[in-house]
Design a binder for this molecule. Sequence first.
Ligand code: DC
Length: 222
Amino acid sequence: MAAAAHDRLVIAVDGPAAAGKGTLARRLASHLGLAYLDTGRIYRAVARLVLDAGSAPDDEQAAVAAAEALRPQDLERADLRDEATGEAASVVAGIPAVRTALLAFQRRFAEAPPEGAVGAVLDGRDIGTVVCPCATVKLYVTASPEERARRRHKELREAGVESIYSRVLADLIARDERDSGRSVAPLRPAADAVVLDTTSLNAEDAFQEALRHVEVRLRQRS
Ligand code: DC
C-alpha cells in the first residue's frame, strides 16, 4: 500500500550533468529503503526512440510522439548512456510538450512508489522545482565544469571509450547552457534546496553530507 502523503519521504536530487547526482541518489535510496528513479533515463529513452526513427531530436512532432508512446521497457535499454544520446536528450528535453507528456509518470512514481516503498528518490534537473515542489528534501548537487569533465573523461576511458578531455569539457558546458537556458523547467536550484558542491568531495563524503541533511530534515518533520 502507498504511504500516506504526510509520511512519504520524497528526495529530489537535481544538478548539472556529471555532478555525481546518480551515484548519490542511488545510494540514498538504497540506504533509506526508497524507490529510485533516474529521470534523465526517461529523456534519454525518448531521444533514442526519435533517433531510431531517423528523426532529428529537435523535431517537435517526432519527439512528442515518442514521449507519448514511451513504455517502461524503453527505460531498460542498454544504449541510453552514450554521449550522443545524452546530447539528443538535452535537445528533446527543451521541448515544452515533451516535458508535459512525461510529467505524470514522474509524479506518479513519487506519489505511489513501486513495491510499497515508503518514499522515493528522483534525480534530474527539475525535480525540486517542477516535478515534486513539495519534496521532503531537495538537494542540488553540483561541481565545477572542469571537475565534472575530468570525472566524465575518466569514466569514458575506463569504459574503453576514446575520449578527449577538452572535447568532454566543451560538450558539458554546451549541455549546461542548454539545460539552464531553456524557457521551460530550466536547470536551477529550488529556493529551498541545499546546494552540495562536490568539486572537492569524494562520493563517500558527498553521501555522508547528503545523509546529514536528510536526517536534519526528518528530525524537523517529526
Ligand atoms: O541526467 P542525464 O545526463 O541522464 O540527462 C540527460 C538530459 O535529459 C539532460 O541533458 C537534460 C534532460 N533532463 C531534463 O531536462 N530533466 C530531467 N529531470 C532529467 C534530465
